[in-house]
Write a protein that binds this ligand. Structure first.
Ligand SMILES: Cc1cc2nc3c(=O)[nH]c(=O)nc-3n(C[C@H](O)[C@H](O)[C@H](O)COP(=O)(O)OP(=O)(O)OC[C@H]3O[C@@H](n4cnc5c(N)ncnc54)[C@H](O)[C@@H]3O)c2cc1C
Length: 322
């Protein structure tokens, strides 16, 4: 996360006043006539911030969402995600591996420094047991769970980083916005990490909000209810499609009925052979289709031609495939 936050903080220097760390002590969401007001506690002092628009980007258990009285729908998967970094003998060659195991998926995701980011979905007690067991024993268990298909390509696991556990849940806010309020990222939707879509979805929230805020009306009142409604409507379909796609993966690979494994293998083989289906799924997983249908803030300001916009989407595709 530090890799993301450091350059962001650099760009914000001199333009944005940062109150960090801070805790929220009260919120008044305002109305058509009144601005929103947030009271925070920062370095032992009470600070009152006012503005036309409040953006709730405070994660799955969003305090802003709760204070706005926005309810959520979803469920607990009764699984934890055990997350760590790992180095392998032969590196990753920019290839990601997803292994579907009885407890849940085990993903090996390539990182820029040559290591893998490992996400392993496990029953809570198993996650706790594995997260505290001695390193050499854990590495053996991880290698065994990955299976020879993966390890033959990556080589043995040579080292691992610190292990973290996260509860896995599906939480979708009933509304993504309200008067003078927009929810983005996990505050609006938290998905199972099986398809690696949570961050992408949050970034698209931000892109769409920027699109909405570049409308003429936003210059006089960025938190106008009609703009917030437009933002919420524009996000609904994407969130529904991606959460549906993610859920279908968790259900498909969660079935343990006799013969299910054979049917799944056959279905995956067919998908691999059918180029149109494979391309569709890859585009969905990389978020390319959704990005193409979006206007980027630069284009809205009339800075980019259609040609440049297409090139940018192309670059995203290359990164997504890597
Ligand atoms: C195990 C696991 C693996 C994942 N793998 C992938 C993947 O491969 N690809 C992908 O796209 N996504 C993945 N995700 C999802 C991704 O991590 C999230 O979607 C993303 O981090 C959400 O970003 P966010 O900024 O909305 O929320 P968060 O990352 O939760 O950030 C919220 C921030 O708000 C701060 N905050 C919260 N409450 C307050 C408060 N009251 N006052 C002040 N600050 C507050 C928190 O400290 C935090 O910094 C994974 C998630 C998990 C759990």
């Amino acid at each position: 996360m530090g890799h993301l936050l450091k350059p962001l903080h650099e760009r914000m220097k001199g333009r944005v006043t940062l109150f960090c760390p801070a805790s929220i002590t009260g919120v008044d969401f305002g109305d058509m006539e009144r601005q929103a007001e947030v009271q925070i506690s920062h370095e032992g002092k009470r600070v009152v911030l006012q503005g036309s628009l409040l953006i709730g980007a405070d994660g799955t258990n969003s305090q802003i969402r709760r204070m706005a009285g926005i309810r959520t729908k979803g469920w607990d998967y009764n699984r934890f995600g055990l997350v760590l970094s790992a180095s392998c003998e032969h590196g990753h060659d920019s290839v990601a591996y997803e292994c579907f195991r009885e407890s849940g998926p085990l993903a090996f995701l390539p990182m820029a420094d040559g290591r893998f980011s490992i996400v392993w979905a496990l029953a809570p007690t198993e996650a706790m047991r594995l997260s505290t067991m001695p390193k050499p024993l854990f590495m053996k268990k991880l290698q065994k769970a990955a299976g020879s298909d993966v390890i033959d390509r990556t080589g043995s696991i040579t080292g691992i980083g610190k292990r973290f556990c996260f509860p896995l849940e599906l939480t979708i806010a009933e509304r993504y916005a309200g008067p003078r309020l927009a929810l983005v990222g996990n505050a609006a939707h938290t998905l199972h990490p099986v398809a690696g879509q949570g961050m992408n979805l949050g970034l698209r929230d931000v892109a769409v909000l920027a699109e909405v805020l570049s409308a003429e009306l936003a210059f006089s009142d960025p938190g106008a209810p009609i703009l917030m409604q437009a933002y919420a409507e524009k996000r609904r379909l994407d969130v529904m499609a991606v959460s549906g796609f993610t859920e279908s993966l968790t259900s498909l690979f969660g079935i343990s009925l006799p013969g299910a494994k054979k049917v799944r293998s056959h279905a995956l083989e067919m998908m691999q052979k059918t180029v149109s289906v494979r391309t569709l799924l890859l585009r969905q997983a990389a978020g390319i289709g959704q990005v193409e249908s979006m206007k980027m803030p630069g284009e809205l300001a009339g800075k980019n031609s259609g040609k440049r916009a297409k090139k940018r989407v192309g670059n995203r595709a290359e990164r997504g495939a890597a």
